[in-house]
Design a protein around this ligand. Sequence first.
Ligand code: PMV
Length: 338
Amino acid sequence: MTVCSAPGKVYLFGEHAVVYGEPAIPCAIEQRASVSVEPREDDHVRVTAEDLSLDGFTVEYAGDGEERPDVDVPANLVEAAMGYIDHAVEQARDAADAPDAGFDITVESEIPLGAGLGSSAAVVVAGIDAATRALGVELDRREIADRAYQAEYEVQDGEASRADTFCSAMGGAVRVEGDDCEPIDAPNLPFVVGFDGGAGDTGKLVAGVRELREEYDFAADTVETIGDVVREGEELLADAEPGSEPSPELLAELGELMDFDHGLLSALGVSARSLDSMVWGAREAGAHGAKLTGAGGGGCIVALDPADATETALSYTRECEEAFRAELATEGVRVEEA
Ligand code: PMV
C-alpha cells in the first residue's frame, strides 16, 4: 500500500482577483488529506472516503467510469468527491502509461469540504502522488501540481486557478500569478481559522464577481486593488526572515492588509453574515487582521494571532462551528507509507 498526504491552504491574500491575472499568496496549513492506494488485479476503482461526509461511504465502479455508486450520502457530495478522485486516477494512469490500472483507494481528510481550505486540491495532489508511486513512477512536485491542476480544471469546468493545487503540492507560502507559480519565503505566520460549518458555491461566486466586473469599472478597479494589496503584502514577506517568528510590527502590517482585502472582497459580494461575524469576532479579540479565505459565501475565515485570544473568541462566536490553529505547513505532498 502507498500512502501520501498533502496539506490544505488558506489565502493570506488574493482570492478571486487571481482569476483575472492578479497575484495571490496562498499558504499551506498543517490540516492534511491522506490518500492510500493499493493497485488491483482488474481495472476497477474502489473508493472509501472516511471523512468526506459524516457517514463516509464506499463505492466500487468499473474502470470506464460509467456506473455511478448507489450510496446513502448527498448526491452532490459523492459526485464532487468522485469527480476529483476519478480525474486524479486518470492523471496517474496517464503519467504511468497504465490506462487499465485499477486501485483500491482510501481517502481520509482533516480539511472541511468546500470551505475555502483547499480540500479537493489536497485530495487530488495526494491521490496523484500515491497512485503513480503505487505504479512505480515518481513524479516531481511541479508535475504533480500541474496534473492536479488539470484534474481540478476538468471537474470545475475551467473555473480553477493554479493556486490551491500548487500550494498543496509545494507546501509553505507560494505566489501565483496566471500560470506563473513560485514558492516564496515566509515567516512562521500564526494562523487561526474559524469555520461556520457551511460551504460556498465557488462557481456561482466566481461568476458573480465576473458579472460585477463586467458591469462596473469600479468593480474592475476593486479587483486590481486586491492585486495592489497582494503586491504590498509580498514586499512585507520578502523583508522577513524565512521561518522566523514574525515581529508584532510585521503582524500588524500584514493584518491591516488582510482587513483591507476582506473589505474589498465584501464589496465584490463574496462575504456572508457568518463570515463577517467571525471576522469581527477575531478582530475584537485582538487578532492583527482577519479575512475570509477562498471563494467565500460561507466556510472559513483566517486571522493572525500568536496568542490564544482569537481562537477562544471564535469558539464563543455563535456563527462559528469550529475554531482551530493552522500552522504553516512547510512540507507539501509527502509519502507517509511506501
Ligand atoms: O474556495 P476555494 O479554496 O476553492 O478557493 C477559490 C479561490 C478563487 O480565487 C475564488 C477561485 C480560484 O480558483 O482561484
